[in-house]
Ligand binder design. Structure first.
Ligand code: UDP
Ligand code: MG
Length: 311
């Protein structure tokens, strides 16, 4: 069986469209499937829609979070409740074309364990957004060690890969990087990002920045090494300038140099503060992980075999 996992946050207009699109495609290909909607604490009627559909149709199950825990948490909840031998994750807004599930499934049947959906075009994004996305992806690619610039959350995972992911106790799991990091026999398909047919993107700029920072720091400690490098540079500079100052003092031509002192002071103290901030960020991450709180809290479920209340 194939488990299709769909994270949904404030998608009341999309749930039904998405469910019928997936059903039509999978029935036509006669693939046995279950459809799991994970309502990520929506504030609109998404959950009511899911419950309604799950009563009408036996192929649909729903999981409802007690509040918004983020897409990554929703994906993890879907995976841990999936019963299929393979799982596909796709967006509720149909920006990931469901007909590609068939291609992924065929590759899985051929023995591939991870089938990644790569964006062949990025759809309609603002200039600033796509610039920010490029910067983020080049940083994260460097951190993870492989090219993530076209990566998406649209993926098929074999049961083996799903179990590996579920056994990772990382709270801050960055799904699309982790699911490549685990290895396995992988391949990819390409897809064009579709227009969102209803609703709006759920990402505010601040949410994206937070998402970027926490995912980079969960995969790389390079920012802390940058701190060390800056410290070394500052130390070398201080030797040079200190030497010059001493020579001038000995020769009796020490300048008044007030501006230089102020500038150096401002410069070095700002670097110290930025560095402390970066280190503080990692300590915060460690603190988050060490508390060991659940990734998500499920407040209710619907559909037949739904189980598990808390991760
Ligand atoms: N989503 C979610 N929780 C969130 C934000 C988004 O489950 O906190 C879901 C959303 O319902 C959609 C998918 O993640 O199915 C992608 O979100 P969106 O379309 O807003 O992102 P974009 O396509 O703009 O990157
Ligand atoms: Mg979208």
């Amino acid at each position: 069986m194939l488990s299709v996992i769909v994270p949904a946050y404030n998608e009341e207009e999309m749930v039904e469209k998405c469910a019928s699109a997936i059903r039509d495609i999978l029935l036509k290909a006669s693939i046995l499937y279950e459809l799991i909607f994970v309502d990520d604490g929506s504030k609109d009627n998404t959950w009511e829609q899911i419950v309604r559909l799950s009563i009408q149709r036996t192929d649909i199950r729903g999981i409802h979070f007690s509040r918004n825990f983020g897409k990554e948490a929703a994906i993890m909840a879907g995976l841990s409740n999936a019963a299929g031998e393979c799982c596909v994750v796709l967006d509720c807004d149909l920006q990931h074309p469901p007909e590609k599930i068939i291609d992924m499934y065929k590759l899985w049947e051929k023995g591939y364990e991870v089938v990644e959906g790569r964006k062949s075009s990025r759809g309609d994004e603002g200039k600033l957004h796509s610039l920010a996305a490029r910067i983020f992806y080049s940083l994260i690619s460097a951190a993870v060690g492989f090219d993530m610039s076209d990566a998406s959350d649209f993926r098929l995972l074999d049961r083996k890969a799903v179990n590996v992911l579920l056994n990772m106790r990382e709270r801050n799991a960055f799904f699309r990087a982790l699911s490549s990091w685990i290895g396995f026999k992988s391949t990819f398909i390409e897809f064009d990002v579709q227009e969102r047919s209803a609703g709006v993107s759920k990402w505010s700029t601040s949410a994206l920045v937070k998402y970027a920072i926490s995912n980079i720091s969960s995969f790389s400690t390079a920012p802390m090494q940058i701190v060390t490098a800056l410290g070394v540079v500052m130390f070398l500079l201080s030797i040079i300038f200190g030497g010059i100052a001493l020579v001038q003092k000995i020769n009796g031509i020490a300048l008044e140099g007030f501006t230089t002192v102020i500038l150096l002071l401002l410069f070095s103290s700002s670097i110290v503060m930025i560095s402390l901030g970066i280190i503080g960020f990692y300590i915060a991450q460690i603190y988050e992980e060490i508390k060991g709180r659940p990734r998500y809290i499920i407040s209710s479920t619907c559909g037949d075999q739904a189980h598990d209340t808390v991760d």
